[in-house]
Design a protein around this ligand. Sequence first.
Ligand SMILES: CC(C)=CCC/C(C)=C/CC/C(C)=C/COP(=O)(O)OP(=O)(O)O
Length: 284
Amino acid sequence: MVTGRPGGLVRALVVASHFPPTVMVTAFALALSAGIGAGARTTTLVALAVLAGQLSVGWCNDWLDARRDLAVGRADKPVVAGLVTPGVLRAAAFVALGACVVLSFATGVVPGAVHVVAVASAWSYNAVLKATWWSWAPYALSFGLLAVFVVLAAPGGGRPAPWAVAAAALLGVGAHVANTLPDLEDDAATGVRGLPHRLGRRASTVLAPVLLGAASVLVVLAPPGPPGATGWALGAVAVVLAVAAGGSGVARPRSRAPFALSMAVAGVCVVLLVLAAPAVVLAG
Ligand SMILES: CC(C)=CCC/C(C)=C/CC/C(C)=C/COP(=O)(O)OP(=O)(O)O
């Protein structure tokens, strides 16, 4: 049954957008753009373009996964709860994609093209790659390109520091591996066998925090000059959380702790990247 109440549909669309990562990625892009001094207009355009892109990716994901999610009765999915149809999600995904393309190119042709490729890469995950060994690749590409987009969109002709692009890519792959942990067995039962499924639960609970910890350490150590006290402190927090995540993954791979702790490392890494924003732009 699909609810006819507009409030119910809006709530369903919010949930189907994969709201927490949508907000987190948008907030990251907004804060990085503001942190590199892109100015209010560019930062607003960047944030809106990224928000539209994330909405399109989230809705596309639940649209394309609807059959599989129904098969395993994923109670967290609005399609399974009968709150929205796959057809509505498909329409919403394409509307958001159109808005994303317009907003992205409003920042300039080159940054616009970079962001559109990042979003296309995420759609390729939804459509094909999530069930293959290459499930990590769109995350690496999309997150790496997100950093490139934010820098190229800013006035001044700067280019992104390679370490920042590498850290964003590591962050994306680590988040991917962590994000699969809660549903690893459900996914595998419906034929979704991405990198984390092929490696297995125990290895994935260790790999996620290793990647996220490595991204955090890179952001602390790679910028020129010695890290500040905040950088050292947050880097240490990231390493401690990553060790706790990996340790809990080895000891209790089926508990929620490895997922929650890995996501905490991802959060610290995002904060580190934003604090390092001034070093993310190199003179063009
Ligand atoms: C900058 C940018 C465009 C980044 C996006 C990168 C990317 C590949 C995002 C995919 C996001 C997504 C909807 C994952 C759900 O995965 P799932 O289907 O494995 O999880 P689920 O079953 O919980 O929905």
